[in-house]
Design a protein around this ligand. Structure first.
Ligand code: ATP
Length: 249
């Protein structure tokens, strides 16, 4: 950890650590200009959730883990914020599932792709994880999307049956669902379009979900029915209830 990182005893240590990781990634050219705004929206919802994994989010994470374990061709889609905040954890999850990861960014430039690929390949070597890292030479297109953000690997995202998409944008999430894939979303905002489109939505902070998945996947949970609207409503109820408590008087 670098010189700016907070002291672990600081009450906002986790939050400061995540901000620091984003700062570092921005310096390396890994992030889009809007990355901090997206993170800020997430932080606001996390504050309202009490910066904890609420029970319905843990249930959603179990449901997602079960689907990843049962999948024929699972894959993890990574964008800049995900690589910055939980790149190591995502590689560990891919190693547990023996599946590839694919860098799939909204604002694709050769410089950003190179910065992200270099960072992930460095991590994978350092951790000796042997995970296939896709994204460098996309040869397929997600139907229903325009421009560079439609690009993907034919043997990666195009061929998968179950896809973990942390912090995905709503359009791409919808396009993936339309292709008949099971889309597992991580998003702190239960009202976002991605959250509503997902097959299973984990309303929780990315790095907390990642650690929960690392703990749950080896237990190989069975796939059980999941009603995503019930999960989203529970998250929203949690927020509303905690705000309705008498906080100041
Ligand atoms: P949508 O198109 O789905 O409505 P959006 O435009 O609100 O999405 P984006 O800017 O594409 O959102 O992505 C940011 C989303 O990611 C926000 O909904 C935010 O709550 C969520 N988010 C940001 N940081 C995190 C994090 N660390 N963990 C989980 N979710 C996060």
């Amino acid at each position: 950890m670098g010189k700016h990182a907070a002291d672990p005893s600081h009450p906002r240590y986790r939050s400061l650590l995540m901000r620091y990781r984003l700062e570092e990634a921005a310096e390396k050219g890994m992030l889009a200009g809007s990355a901090m705004i997206a993170h800020g929206r997430g932080e606001a919802f996390d504050y309202l959730l009490g910066e904890q994994t609420i029970p319905s989010a843990y249930e959603a994470t179990k449901a997602a883990a079960a689907r990843l374990v049962a999948a024929k061709n699972p894959i993890i889609s990574l964008n800049g914020n995900v690589v910055a905040l939980a790149g190591e954890e995502m590689l560990r999850i891919a190693a547990l599932l023996k599946c590839p990861v694919e860098i799939n960014i909204f604002y694709r430039t050769p410089e950003r792709m190179k910065a992200l690929l270099d960072h992930l390949n460095g991590l994978s070597d350092e951790l000796n994880l042997n995970v296939e890292i896709l994204g460098a030479s996309p040869d397929g297109k997600i139907p229903g999307l325009e421009g560079p953000r439609a690009k993907c690997h034919a043997a990666g995202i195009l061929a998968c049956d179950v896809i973990l998409v942390p912090l995905e944008d709503g359009d791409r999430c919808e396009a993936l669902v339309s292709m008949g894939k099971q889309v597992l979303v991580i998003d702190l905002n239960p009202l976002s379009r991605s959250a509503k489109m997902g097959s299973v939505t984990m309303v929780d902070e990315l790095s907390r979900v990642a650690n929960n998945l690392i703990e749950i996947i080896p237990k190989q949970p069975d796939v059980e029915e999941w009603n995503n609207n019930v999960g989203l409503q529970s998250a929203l109820d949690h927020i509303v209830k905690s705000m309705g408590n008498n906080i100041f008087l």
